[in-house]
Design a protein around this ligand. Structure first.
Ligand SMILES: N[C@@H](CCC(=O)N[C@@H](CSS)C(=O)NCC(=O)O)C(=O)O
Ligand SMILES: [Fe+2]
Length: 244
């Protein structure tokens, strides 16, 4: 009989309805160390309860960028889990405990015992400080608002640049292996994940030339996110608002 394999890794995709945001909880089950990507303040109670029920030790609250459409849950999670450090790109302009640069790694679990490792890949364009996080072991990439399923992040505010975004996606994401799963920060159509091959083949914006992409992005005509006026200042302070 085959020996039973003990699960080493926990992965949960969580959803926040108001801003259609995905939050991701990852944990190394040997040490119970966990990290959360793009938590939302409105769903902190739910996420904290799950982390506590599973007996996880939250080490990092990671933001892919300064979000414009919701307030990050990082600040509230830090209050509930005092060992938790907030993490964001050094280019973001936001306050955090740890700043990461392109090429650095975030690790939970013990070195030498198959820890969970995220490689940081700078993917500017939606904002200057957008960072994607690659888990090579799990063949996954968390793309924030750089690459969405059959779409991409808008580039009309927060120092957005369609030219930079095109370069980021082509050179930092589409160079990953075809079978890597793509987990974005949002989806507005009910889809959960994609793959690098699917997006290289079917993304209606990224299958175009750079010039065509720039034209498409200049003509999206999207209204501003409903929560932008409160989200931006709060997120620059790690989600902690004025009176906290
Ligand atoms: N209606 C939503 C905001 C929708 C939106 O602008 N989404 C952003 C990502 S959040 S900064 C985006 O980049 N969308 C790209 C697209 O093509 O839809 C709200 O009011 O919150
Ligand atoms: Fe965004």
């Amino acid at each position: 009989m085959e020996p039973k394999s003990i699960p080493q890794y926990l992965f949960r995709q969580l959803f926040e309805n108001e801003s259609s945001t995905y939050t991701y909880l990852l944990a190394d089950l040997a040490t119970k160390q966990a990290l959360i990507i793009d938590p939302v303040v409105d769903t902190v109670e739910r996420d904290a309860k799950l982390i506590q029920q599973l007996g996880l030790k939250l080490r990092y609250a990671v933001n892919t960028h300064v979000h414009a459409d919701h307030i990050t849950g990082s600040g509230e999670l830090k209050k509930k889990f005092p060992d938790c450090k907030s993490v964001i790109s050094n280019e973001s302009g936001a306050k955090a405990d740890i700043y990461v640069k392109d090429g650095e790694v975030i690790q939970i679990g013990e070195t030498g015992k198959t820890p969970v490792i995220l490689e940081c890949r700078a993917t500017p364009g939606h904002t200057n400080g957008c960072m994607s996080f690659v888990s090579h072991k799990n063949k996954s990439v968390f793309t924030g608002d750089a690459l969405l399923i059959r779409g991409c992040g808008r580039t009309d505010f927060q120092q957005g640049s369609s030219d930079k975004l095109y370069t980021s996606i082509q050179t930092k994401l589409f160079t990953l292996p075809d079978d890597y799963r793509v987990y974005p920060a949002h989806d507005y159509t009910g889809q959960l994940c994609s793959s690098i091959l699917e997006e290289k083949t079917h993304n209606p914006r990224l299958t175009k030339s750079r010039d065509e992409f720039i034209q498409i992005m200049a003509n999206l005509k999207l209204s501003h996110p409903k929560q932008i006026d409160k989200a931006l200042p709060a997120n620059l302070m790690c989600g902690i608002q004025g009176d906290d």
